[in-house]
Design a protein around this ligand. Structure first.
Ligand code: SAM
Ligand code: FES
Length: 349
């Protein structure tokens, strides 16, 4: 590692900010030694804020019906081979009850952009979860909606919202999405959510088609400026029924490298070691935690629908019961010196 790269890492560690050019240089300088140094600093920073605690979020995949046609996504509307489902409110409440018993204090409701989930339907579900489990946080990840819709859901009690920006480069964004979707609307959503008082999560897929060191540098600059409360960074994994079926998956190395950089950019950020990372490597989630992540999201969806929420090929955890997933992740975290805690797991600012 040369002096220049070492000085960049120190700049990042001390000032949490770099120029686009510096981010690009740091990405291009990726090697075993740079990755190890970044991971060591990221782990120390994370430890100073969160100790050895890892937060868990119970992920409930409410529907795989989607009006969008994102080119990378296995549940895109043009995929005729996707066996569609939608959970009833009762099923969602059962998942939450099971999650609560297992010690989860955050529920993430994620789904395709299914028009069945009008504001009335979704607000009703959020209100019920919050009234039955007032000590829990509700996170929504239901895609792009109007500002009014986000305001109603917030009023109903939703605490957090995950909406990956996917890429901070408009041209790159347009290469991943059909013409009817717009980069500007994605950004509008993120800013509305922030203004409405949500804890907001953005994020990208690592190794998505047409991604370059330049577009990743733009992502890092965006994260530096937006300062998200949460940031979903996971590898792109191809799905056999999408236009990107032949594109290679992102790598564990680059994903972990970016997790470390993001921890240094925004020390308190809640950073999951994603299921996609566990899919491309058997110890991917452990490696993510060791690189600076501090959140895991075991699946709470009914086992009967798990396989159907297939965003990418060979997704893990589709056969296990929720309790098995929770136990499996606890053991995995302990194997690398961390522990899962029963906590809402809000960002520590
Ligand atoms: N509809 C909501 C939205 O757009 O935010 C939530 C569901 S969407 C499937 C959740 C995330 O899955 C996306 O933001 C995307 O980054 C990720 N995803 C989709 N297809 C993927 C793939 N092939 N590999 C890895 N991640 C993928
Ligand atoms: Fe689901 Fe290991 S986390 S089986």
């Amino acid at each position: 590692m040369n002096e220049y790269i070492l000085s960049l890492i120190n700049t990042l560690f001390e000032s949490h900010s770099m120029t686009l050019e510096q981010y690009r240089a740091l990405i291009d300088a990726r090697c075993v030694a740079t990755a190890a140094l970044l991971a060591e600093k990221a782990a120390a920073v994370r430890k100073s804020i969160y100790g050895n605690n890892v937060y868990v979020r119970g992920l409930i995949e409410v529907s795989n019906i989607c009006k969008n046609d994102c080119l990378y996504c296995g549940i895109r509307r043009s995929n005729r081979n996707c066996d569609r489902y939608r959970l009833s409110k009762e099923q969602i409440m059962e998942c939450a009850a099971e999650g609560y018993r297992l010690g989860f204090r955050t529920f993430v409701l994620q789904g395709g952009e299914d028009t069945y989930y009008t504001d009335d339907v979704l607000c009703d579900i959020v209100t019920d979860i919050k009234s039955q489990y007032p000590d829990c946080a509700v996170t929504l990840s239901m895609g792009e909606r109007s500002r009014e819709s986000y305001a109603s859901l917030r009023m109903a009690g939703a605490d957090r919202y995950l909406l990956r920006h996917e890429t901070a480069d408009k041209v790159h964004y347009e290469s991943l999405h059909p013409v009817e979707m717009s980069f500007d609307n994605r950004m509008r959503c993120l800013h509305d959510l922030r203004e409405l008082g949500y804890q907001v999560g953005c994020g990208v897929m690592v190794g998505s088609p047409n991604q370059t060191a330049e577009t990743l540098a733009e992502d890092l600059k965006f994260i530096e400026e937006f300062k998200p409360d949460m940031c979903g960074i996971g590898p792109f994994v191809p799905h056999k029924d999408t236009p990107f079926r032949d594109h290679p998956a992102g790598t564990v190395e680059l994903t972990c490298y970016l997790l470390s950089i993001i921890r240094l950019i925004h020390p308190p950020v809640l950073l999951p070691a994603t299921t996609a990372l566990g899919t491309i490597h058997p110890e991917g989630r452990e490696m993510g935690i060791q690189s600076g992540a501090n959140v895991v999201m075991p699946n709470l969806s009914p086992v009967s629908v798990r396989k159907k929420y297939e965003l990418y090929d060979n997704k893990i955890c589709t056969g296990e019961e929720s309790a098995q997933c929770k136990d499996c992740l606890s053991a995995r975290m302990e194997s690398v010196g961390y522990r899962i805690v029963t906590d809402r797991g809000d960002i520590k600012k």
